[in-house]
Design a protein around this ligand. Structure first.
Ligand code: NAD
Ligand code: AKB
Length: 322
């Protein structure tokens, strides 16, 4: 939903979610009404059809100027560092994920913006119940990324209740997409495995075969995002911390599912530093609140996602864009 006639800004628009979300927003609202932005400035061909502004979310004056000049009413704030990169650069992770979000919230408060600010299953930690993790539960993450995501959720809640900012968000699980590669997370193996299966029929996975994490196919994630943003505000009891579930499978089960389509596919499992982060996250998620408050239902299961991913990647390989 667009606030009045104002335009939409997507921060971190060149990332895994941002590229696909920007395209879908432009399809719904028109190319000119969706301004993509990112700290990086090499715009991929699929996004050149609409406006792009280079923006570092840590530069609050530049962010505010862009929001004023571009007549922005809604921000999808996707600029962030993910868990694996965040563990390599914890200080930068805090700055981008917390200070960047704080800048966006402050500008939203002053300019009456609507916001989408995603969270993650990384808010959970080793003490959280791992099966069917409840909406309201222990939030004691052990990764810096998780620490920033809990902080972000609490900041959003504060701005929603204290200042009435309309800020919404989802605790996304690991997202699997055939379009833009992931940006340095723990769940990246569940995307890389597809790319490498199609490219060369082999993959070395950086978590154990029995590692089970909650995942979701990108079309479901985009649909969820836009559905939450379109929900009547009066129906929402939660703001920026909705649990969301679709799929849970082990890395070994994913390899076996791919092998049904590509029988020669070989996957070996060589756990590295990602394993400790993966082991601190839940296996499955209870998303009753999202279902009750805004009608969430996933469409893809492991079999339908795998069929679609492999078909899309094979098509990209034929076109020479893989
Ligand atoms: P990504 O890493 O693919 O993209 C993030 C983008 O932010 C990149 O294009 C990067 O250049 C940009 N960026 C980094 N620092 C910036 C800065 N200072 N100013 C402006 N731009 C900057 O991430 P993503 O997967 O698209 O994730 C988007 C959001 O969704 C993040 O908040 C992430 O925590 C959340 N999320 C993603 C997943 C997932 O599986 N992809 C799961 C849970 C939550
Ligand atoms: C990551 O692995 O860091 C992300 C996430 C689940 O937040 N995909």
């Amino acid at each position: 939903m667009v606030a009045g006639s104002k335009r939409i800004l997507v921060t971190g628009a060149l990332g895994q979610i941002g590229t696909v979300l920007t395209l879908e927003l432009r399809r719904r609202y028109g190319d000119d009404r969706v301004v993509a932005s990112d700290k990086r400035s090499q715009v991929p061909p699929e996004l050149v059809g609409g406006p792009f502004v280079p923006l570092d979310v840590l530069d609050r004056p530049a962010l505010e100027e862009a929001i004023r000049d571009q007549d922005i009413g809604t921000v999808y704030h996707l600029a962030a560092l993910l868990s694996a990169v965040g563990e390599q650069h914890p200080q930068l992770c805090w700055r981008v994920n917390v200070d960047g979000l704080y800048n966006v919230l402050e500008i939203a408060r002053q300019h009456d913006l609507r916001l989408f600010c995603p969270s993650s299953i990384a808010v959970f930690g080793p003490e959280t119940p791992r099966e069917q993790t409840p909406q309201e539960t222990i939030l004691r993450p052990t990764s810096m990324y998780g620490v920033t995501k809990v902080t972000g959720e609490r900041l959003c809640e504060y701005y929603a209740t204290r200042y009435g900012v309309d800020v919404r968000g989802i605790r996304y699980p690991g997202l699997i997409s055939s379009e833009t590669p992931p940006g340095g997370g723990t769940t990246d193996y569940a995307v890389e495995i597809f790319y490498e299966a199609v490219r060369c029929g082999r993959y070395t996975c950086f978590v154990r075969a029995d590692t089970v994490l909650p995942m979701m196919y990108m079309p479901d994630a985009i649909r969820a995002t836009l559905q939450l943003m379109a929900a009547p505000r009066s129906e929402l009891r939660h703001h920026a911390d909705f649990n969301l579930a679709a799929l849970s499978f082990s890395a070994g089960e994913l390899a076996a599912e791919i092998r049904k389509h590509l029988p020669g596919f070989e996957c070996t499992f060589v756990p590295d530093y990602h394993q400790a982060i993966a082991d601190s996250w839940p296996c499955s998620i209870d998303d009753t609140a999202a279902r009750a408050e805004w009608g969430w239902r996933p469409e893809y299961d492991l079999a339908t996602m795998t069929t679609d991913m492999l078909a899309k990647l094979a098509e990209r390989q034929r076109r020479g864009t893989l």
